[in-house]
Write a protein that binds this ligand. Structure first.
Ligand code: HEM
Length: 227
């Protein structure tokens, strides 16, 4: 996330905007690592947008650029044209089962796809600046029509419940095809609190991948309650 290279994937083209916005904060507080800064801002963003409060623990250490070993990371991130099995496999590789995968994809209630980045164009929900369970509601309530993105030949799914176009990626639609994930979508669509609780558990784990130590700050926080 910190480097322009190897993070050149167009699907993540929007990251650069966020990186640039956070640079003044890093300059003002140089002792916080980039990894902690990005994660902290992510969890603050979700709760400021009405979503659940995801616990944050500091202690992530940035890689030293001078000793950076560039590892080929092809085919590790899920992409919209992955098959259903491949998408499941990529989440499994991160230690996530179907439940965590569905809960995490609920984050597609925020933001949108941008034509100049991912070739897809549009939001998943009507209110994409609020963290809600609307992604699950839209998924089951609408009649999604498959269409092809003309420039790329990629498949996408469209619906116009209130006149404006909403969009689902093929990977989002798979959640309806598998009986286990379909059941979870129905549960989350009816119960926002449950979708938030499961999101917090899965996202909290995601945020701590690769963090090797529980930091001194976390210890101080739990002992004193102030941080
Ligand atoms: C199968 C897994 C996933 C696929 C294939 C996928 C794909 C995508 C794509 C294609 C975009 C549009 C990017 C753009 O045009 O700039 C996007 C945006 C987004 N994704 Fe995902 N995603 C996945 C999982 C997740 C997860 C696990 C989260 C968070 C927990 C997430 C959160 C978001 C958010 C918040 C946006 C909106 C970004 C913005 O408005 O700039 N996605 N995703």
């Amino acid at each position: 996330m910190r480097l322009e290279f190897p993070e050149t994937d167009p699907l993540h083209g929007g990251l650069d905007l966020a990186r640039k916005r956070l640079e003044p904060i890093k300059k003002a507080f140089p002792s916080i690592s980039y990894a902690d800064l990005y994660v902290r801002c992510g969890v603050v963003l979700f709760s400021e947008m009405g979503g659940p409060k995801v616990p944050f623990r500091p202690g992530r250490v940035d890689i030293d650029f001078n000793n950076l070993l560039i590892v080929e990371q092809t085919d590790r991130f899920p992409i919209p044209d992955d098959s259903m099995e491949k998408m499941h496999e990529k989440f499994r590789r991160m230690g996530f089962g179907k439940k965590e995968m569905v809960a995490l994809l609920g984050a597609h209630c925020l933001g949108r796809c941008y034509k100049d980045r991912s070739d897809f164009d549009g939001p998943w929900v009507d209110h994409p600046t609020k963290f809600t369970n609307e992604f699950f509601e839209e998924l089951i309530e609408n009649e999604w029509k498959a269409s092809i993105v003309p420039e790329t030949g990629k498949e996408q799914f469209e619906a116009y419940p209130e006149g404006e176009k909403l969009l689902m990626l093929p990977t989002d639609m798979y959640l309806l095809k598998d009986p286990e994930t379909n059941e979870l979508v129905e549960i989350y669509a009816k119960d926002q609190q449950k979708s938030f609780n499961d999101f917090v558990k899965a996202f909290g784990r995601l945020l701590e991948f690769g963090a090797k130590t529980v930091s001194y700050f976390w210890f101080a926080y739990t002992m004193t309650g102030c941080f």
